[in-house]
Write a protein that binds this ligand. Sequence first.
Ligand code: F6R
Length: 630
Amino acid sequence: MCGIVGYVGRPSGQVSTEHQALDVVLEGLRRLEYRGYDSAGIAVVADGAISSRKKSGKLSNLIAELEANPLPAATTGIGHTRWATHGGPTDQNAHPHLSDGGKLALIHNGIIENFAELKQELLEKGVTFQSETDTEVAAALLGDIYRNQLGGDKANGGLTKAMQLACQRLEGAFTLLAVHADQPDVVVAARRNSPLVVGLGEGENFLGSDVSGFIDYTRRAVELGQDQIVTITAESVEITDFFGAPAEGKEYHVNWDPASAEKGGFPSFMEKEIHDQPDAVLQTLLGRSDVDGKLTLDELRIDPDLLKSVDKIIVLACGTSAYAGQVAKYAIERWCRIPTEVELSHEFRYRDPIVDAQTLIVSISQSGETMDTLMAVRYAKEQGAKTVAICNTNGSTIPRESDAVLYTHAGPEIAVASTKAFLAQITAAYLLGLYLAQLRGNKFQGEIKDILSDLGKIPEKVQSILDDAARIKELGESMVDAKSVLFLGRHVGFPVAMEGALKLKELAYIHAEGFAAGELKHGPIALIEEGQPVFVVVPSPRGRDSLHAKVVSNIQEVRARGAKTIVIAEEGDDAVKAFAEHVIYIPETPTLLAPLLTTVPLQIFALALASAKGYDVDQPRNLAKSVTVE
Ligand code: F6R
């Protein structure tokens, strides 16, 4: 939710400057645009003044504005790409917001919860506002403190001190970055419950919502803690808490390269990421078991005795990640015999859940920054539960605040709609389930080895679906006029059906619903009319016979009422042919692992249909990649 970049390089004239702030900030915004694309803006400090440009709409609008009205050369700058919360996506509401007579510029990610009260206070002091945003209130507060409380005097601590004092007054979640014309070689930033990382360069330093904001320039990053302020210059990085006490960040090396965040020849990030999936699964499995199938999850630093005593697992996640959790529930319960609930993070805290020291909380989050999930994890920790994060983003907040983390190694996921992270999350959750089964003796080592061996075959099977995607694409393109598409599944196919529907909603803006096939006759079957497209995820006929037969009956029920059925079935399942308009075959695989395959055609279908409609599949309307507000 909102992308933020900051940069300070050596001032020109003093020592040679390699980079211009404008170039660094724009490159960072380009990489962070997936976090929000309602508007974008930039401010630089040059010639003793702030110069800024901002524009509603995508970053390309800002770039056009900069071409028409160039900014002066500068080595200090901040930039923002917005996902609107307070105030619509207009030029006026775009960041940066200025204060102190135009000498201070501020950008913000998050929500200032007490902005109304602060605004009233500032209005009474005669401050006027141009936008409807909470950010402008924070900018005005910072400017007021800098000018009126500290006398605009660097000797009183300048912008850093003003930021500390402002943060003491702010409630909510925020990452703030500020520059001031009086301190042309400084960017000051603060974070509470919202992401911010520092990039360390040679004679230049960077700030970003995540490392992609500066990955083109450095791989050395510093994680900031909660409630910290950081002041960067070209040569220094100083961290304090909100009260000025010195604090430390944790340095780490970013181990993915900029190329992995590029499209790699595909027309969209989403298509590239769908094609990354064999590798995402492979990388997530890699190095986590030995030849005998013994799992060694080194990152799980929770006392094994504690894991043995777990009597309940609660999976916390949102959206696609929650569907990964729902898939994993079937496997974890089957392999470990531990009752497992899957709860949408935002619902969890508000229902007085039963959580204690014997509860294992497994959060699943691609970004590791989803505020709903973070808050749910914190709540569970307060109740004494142990917390494990399944996460794709190194150094992000949820794994940092959890007792242990199991990283999915899917690589950066840039397209807003999640694809490869989903497969990697299921894979990681399965590893966790098998590890618990191993630890608790629920499965023989040989059984675990067999399942791992089946998991090891998934990458090539996913690849075979990708190699044979032409028909699925054609199908998607042919359904460009569909008004509604339904998805049915049973058992592990149920969350897959919901994921298929979600992909279609968010990419193609078509009404789509995923149902448990058995639920159909309890109401949803009323939706079926002549020509209604219905996808059906059919379980393997080699699995529980009755399940396959029941889903085949469900297909017949909808078909009898005029539905056009598109069936995803296992190779060799001839029984479904008679009842399907189209059959998409996937390679044979054990039932519990099937979601790693059956999801892929649904992703390809949604991508093809949305592309045929001419929509931006990487940045669908109204969405943002990382939802850092509640
Ligand atoms: C859908 C999608 C979202 C995310 C959800 C959770 O394609 O991407 O539903 O899965 O917002 O995000 P993370 O996994 O980052 O916590």
